[in-house]
Ligand binder design. Structure first.
Ligand code: 13P
Ligand code: SF4
Length: 332
């Protein structure tokens, strides 16, 4: 067959329209396509739902589709599988990982926990299923502050794996959480010098930053929050120009919803390096989405013992993130 492209040893027939095929397969498979704001705009545009990590977890838990095609990174697809084990969860590229997950090997994390038996472990969702299985409560950047504020003031807490998010949460909540030494390679690359230059050129433009950025960047921000919060702020702000210090693919949603505004991606060290695109998110493409819906592979599997253990702190997150009145936390 005249192949248009060969990926993972699989060929895509020449001349097919990938959008039409994906629409057909989505129906045929009873699939839902979930996408994170950091995905290529092409994938965002054909997703059934685009959201932040918390919204995507909620969607994955609630869907009645038979297949979840996850346009995001592996830990997000794993969360979908943990919460919806009866579904088939596929990820366009299984190599789409995360530097935060890589910074926190489960055995080292287990030892960290064992060394601090009087602490509970609050763990950022950007980690492996095995690390979640060692955790007490999972948080996302949009839910962390609300969840921490439901914990007793004298509760000792370990926070992993993102030290910048952890430090920001310590500042916001007045806690003294013990922090794991992990970082996001994308949010670490923004340059303070270049951001100051950009602010000087656009003095009225608010700076919106994700809390995975180092403190020196957050100190220059007018708003710090999760991707959903950043998007919301960008849309509601009366300012016509805004500076966005997070993965630049989120600007696609801003531009779609507020085409009259100007959104400027915050620069890296060379002033315009494009190095703050997430290389893991970028592994997912239209071609790979088509193939994973066609062949139902790569499929996400989580060993049942880990899945069951990892679901507990995820369920706590979902409950505490939605709580109107604080949910009392008891140990395991
Ligand atoms: P949120 O979308 O939850 O803000 O997370 C951002 C992120 O780092 C995804 O990898
Ligand atoms: Fe991980 Fe950073 Fe990419 Fe998010 S942006 S998936 S935290 S590497």
């Amino acid at each position: 067959m005249d192949a248009r492209l060969n990926l993972f040893g699989k060929s895509i027939p020449a001349g097919i329209d990938l959008h039409t095929e994906i629409a057909r397969l989505r129906k045929e498979r009873n699939a839902v396509i979930l996408a994170h704001y950091y995905q290529d705009p092409v994938l965002q545009d054909l997703a059934d739902f685009v959201g932040d990590s918390l919204d995507l977890s909620r969607k994955a838990a609630a869907t009645d589709a038979a297949v979840i095609a996850f346009c995001g990174v592996k830990f997000m697809a794993e969360v979908a599988k943990i919460l919806s084990p009866q579904k088939t969860v596929v990820l366009p590229d299984l190599a789409a990982g995360c530097s935060l997950e890589d910074s926190c090997p489960p055995d080292e994390f287990g030892a960290f926990r064992a060394a601090h038996p009087d602490h509970i472990s609050l763990t950022y969702i950007n980690c492996s299923a095995a690390v979640k299985a060692h955790s007490d409560i999972i948080v996302t950047s949009s839910s962390a502050e609300k969840i921490i504020n439901q914990l007793p003031r004298d509760q000792k807490i370990l926070f992993a794996p993102d030290k910048h998010l952890g430090a920001w949460l310590n500042r916001k909540t007045g806690r003294d959480m013990l922090l794991w030494d992990g970082t996001c390679i994308v949010h670490e690359r923004f340059s303070v010098t270049e951001l100051l230059k950009l602010k000087a050129l656009n003095p009225a433009a608010p700076v919106l930053a994700h809390p995975e950025c180092p403190a020196a960047i957050l100190d220059l921000a007018d708003y710090v929050g999760a991707t959903s919060g950043i998007l919301d702020y960008a849309l509601k702000s009366p300012e016509p120009t805004l500076i966005v210090a997070t993965e630049p693919n989120i600007i696609h949603q801003m531009q779609l919803r507020a085409p009259h505004k100007v959104f400027i991606g915050a620069p890296g060290a060379d002033g315009n390096c494009g190095c703050n695109m997430c290389p893991f998110m970028a592994m997912n493409t239209l071609e790979k989405l088509y193939l994973c819906l066609r062949d139902l592979t790569p499929v996400i599997e989580v060993p049942e013992a880990i899945r069951v253990r990892a679901k507990l702190p995820l369920d706590r997150m979902l409950e505490m993130a939605s709580a109107v009145t604080p949910v009392p936390v008891t140990g395991d």
